[in-house]
Structures are given as structure tokens and as C-alpha cells.
Design a protein around this ligand. Sequence first.
Ligand code: SF4
Length: 503
Amino acid sequence: METKEFHYRAYRPRPFTKEERSKTTILFGGLTWKHERLIQGSLERVGYKSMPLPNIERQDLDIGKEFIDVGACCPTTFTAGNLARTLMTLREREGEEGVKNNYLFVTIGACGPCRFGQYHESYERVLEGLNLTDFRLFLLDLMQMEQSAPGGGLEISMPLTFGLVYSMFYADLITDMEYAIRPYEVVEGSTDRVVKESIELLYEKLKNRPIKGKKIDSLVWHVFTGYFVDALKEVRRLWDEIEVDRLRVKPKVKITGEFWLQTHEGDGNYNIKRWLEKEGAEVIPPPVAVWMDYLINMELFKLEDAKGFVKRYYLKKLAIGTIASLYRMVYNRLRRALNNIPNPLPDQRKLKDLARPYFYYRLTGGEGHMLIGKALYAYLNRQAHMICELSPYGCLPNTMSVGAMAKVLGDYPDLLYAPIEIKGDAEVHAYSRCQMILTEAKRRAKEEFEEVLERTGLTVEDIRNFEEDHPELRRATYKVPHYGYAGTASNYVMHIAKLMGRI
Ligand code: SF4
């Protein structure tokens, strides 16, 4: 019998040259449509043609299972299936040669004790399965400001990196606005319309932004320019027009969990954020920017741990500390342009300290200690009535964090916590589990509201009368301070009482 020798050959993408840039489209995906549209603007500004993958759909899970190993975590399966569906559609339309020559896929990776460092391996299985091994797939390092792929056609330069950072900040801030306003909008659909208009306006700003310098001068310009803040001031005017009714009593639900699942908006997580809104909740979405902040601060914490062994320790600490401070400074400047309606980034040192008795921060992978830190932070600072935590099926790091949460709940039995395992094809189970905790969160929101009315001596009618004389209170961009209550309606009543001189 004839035997064939098989040699494993690691995937090496064909080069992508500068000359091919103008006729090759970069495919990318994995975030929300808002993030992806803005990333597109940033890429186009520096000369790339680009196209986000279509939004994840339920069918991507089944397609993904056909190509990659069955034990893969649910985000890997969804995203691999999504890439496969896209390539199949393009192949039908443009033929095999068209897909190989006119497109390439860019993804990011990082090392760590989880699947994230191996997503590209799954994507390679997709290429093998589709007999498209000549298709170009490039893996970029998440933590590098400048890098290039073989052939020189794909260069990640400072101006592009900063464009991508601003795309992420913008999309996060608009998403925060969206979830804070939509539950209270008086005219149904007005928030969704303004979100679309805002993203298109910001897309144009990113696509037409000036390029000032290439290295340090680029950094300085991006950090201190007023260009990005001015763009958000234009956006704010769009949001000014939305009328809201903040007297609707709603439980506030903070979303935590695995990075992809918590950020995603679509079938990949059963569209849980929209579902919660339909069930009468206000959702606090997780910004992507928190994750980048976590990665930067982890470098700082690791350095501090190794203090005695690090050469030029203080210099290195100053360098990383400066990056971390500038990152937050820029984010806060942008928040201010939207009247501070979007939430601030949580203090990473606080998250680490809060989680410390339950989860050692050097156990990375997934959300690491942040899963516990964020839940405790929201609970202790009365930012939310309930935490909805999204755990992907097949995710080891998340299993560890969720296991440690059992002890947290023992110490804080009052913390309303709904851990939802997401498999992609069992939404009834996920919804019903969430519903149980949500019912209690609704009760608490109502009780809290009644307590505030009693404390201030106000009635809903008093507040309505006051609103008539102060119509600015019903604008989406009016900032209501936090008075120590989780619910928006409760803080609003306290604020009116303060304006009326009752407290
Ligand atoms: S954290 Fe879990 S779900 Fe996310 S990529 Fe890693 S293994 Fe997969």
C-alpha cells in the first residue's frame, strides 16, 4: 500500500505589496457596527480600501462548527463562521481568484492563556476548509503602535494607530450615550436615528482628519488637538434634540463578562442588551476602551511587582504611567464634549484591589480579575441594581472568574448577579435565567424610587410642573449628577429636589 508523507506547514500569507493597496480591500470585524464604521474611516484616511465583515448572525455558529474544532469557545466559533460566510459570498460573486487577489483579512492577536492567541489558527482552518489557502490573512499585535505585514502593503503607522484609538473612543462614547438615553426617549426611534447620524458624522471626521507628522509629532498632535473634541461638540448638538423622560423607573443592569461577548451587539450574545431594554431595563454597556486601559495598567502592575529586578525602574514606571495618564486624559476630554453623559473609565487600581481577595490579578485571560472588580465596583458605588455577566461556552478563563464569584456572592449576598452561559443556540435558557434576577432588580428600583420621593417630599406631579418651567431638564444632554442611588429616576428626583432647594 502506498503511504504518503505528511509534513505540517505553518500558514504563511502571500505578501501584500504597496502597489496592490489601491485595488485590495481589507476585511476586518469582531466589534460593533459603530466601531467598525469608524475604523473604516480611519483606514480610508491613510489610503486603504476596507470593508467590515457583516454583523454576526446565528448561522455563523453552525458554519463555524463545520470548520473548526468542536471544543472551541463560542466567540471563536462565531467569528470563524462569520469569516467563512463572508468568503463564500465573495467567492460566489467574484470567483476564487477574485477573493484571493482582491481581498485580505486582518485580525489582531495577543498571547495569553486563552483562545484569543489562537483565533488565527481557527481562521486558517476556515481557509483550508474552503480551499482558499492562498487567501491572505494577517495577524497584528494588539500592543504595537507601529508594525507591518510581509510585502509592505500593510503598515500600521502612528497616524493610523491613533486614528484607530479615536475610532474606538468615539464608538464607545456614542454607545454609552445610546444606552443611557434610549430607555427614556419620548419619541421612539429618535435615539437610534441620532446614533446613526453621529456615527456618519464622525466617520467623515476620521476620514478627513489632518495627518500631522509621523512619529512623536503625530503623538503630540493627537493628544492635544481640539479637532476630535470639536467633532463631538457637533455630535452633541444632534443629541440635544432628543427629548427624554427620566421619571421612568427602570432597573440599571451592568454588563460584564468575556470581552467579545460583552461588547457584541447581535445574535452572538442573543442580543441581550436590546432584550434587557425591551424588558424595561437600562443597560450600562462595557466600553472597549476599558480593556485597553486594563492592558496598559497590567504592564505597570507587573513592573511594580518586579521593582527590585528591573533596571531603570523609575524611568520605565514614568513612561508607562504617562501613557496610562494620557489615555485617560484624552478619554475624559472627549466625555466632557458630550457633557460627561458617558461613564468614566473605572480606576484600574481600584478594580485590582477590590478583586484581590478573590482573584489574583496575574491570572490573566478573558477579563481576568476585572470581572470581579467591576461587579463589586458597581455594587459598592451603587452604579447598578444588577450585574449581567456573559460567559462563553468553552471558555476556561471565564470559568475561573465565575467560580471565584461564588465566594464574592457569599460575602455580598445582596449583590444581584446573573451569570449567563452563552452557547449561541440556547437563548430561551439565557433569557429565563436573566429574567429571574431582573424581576428582583425591578423591585429594588421601584422601592428605591419610592424612598427618594418620601425623602424629598416630592410627588411626580411636582416634578412634572417643575419640568414645564425648565424644559432643558428633558434634554438628552442634560447631566444628572449621581446622588448615591443606582436608578436614573431616583437620582433625577434628588436633583430636582436640590434645584428646588428641598435638600
Ligand atoms: S476569553 Fe474565553 S471566550 Fe474569550 S477568546 Fe479567550 S477562551 Fe475564548
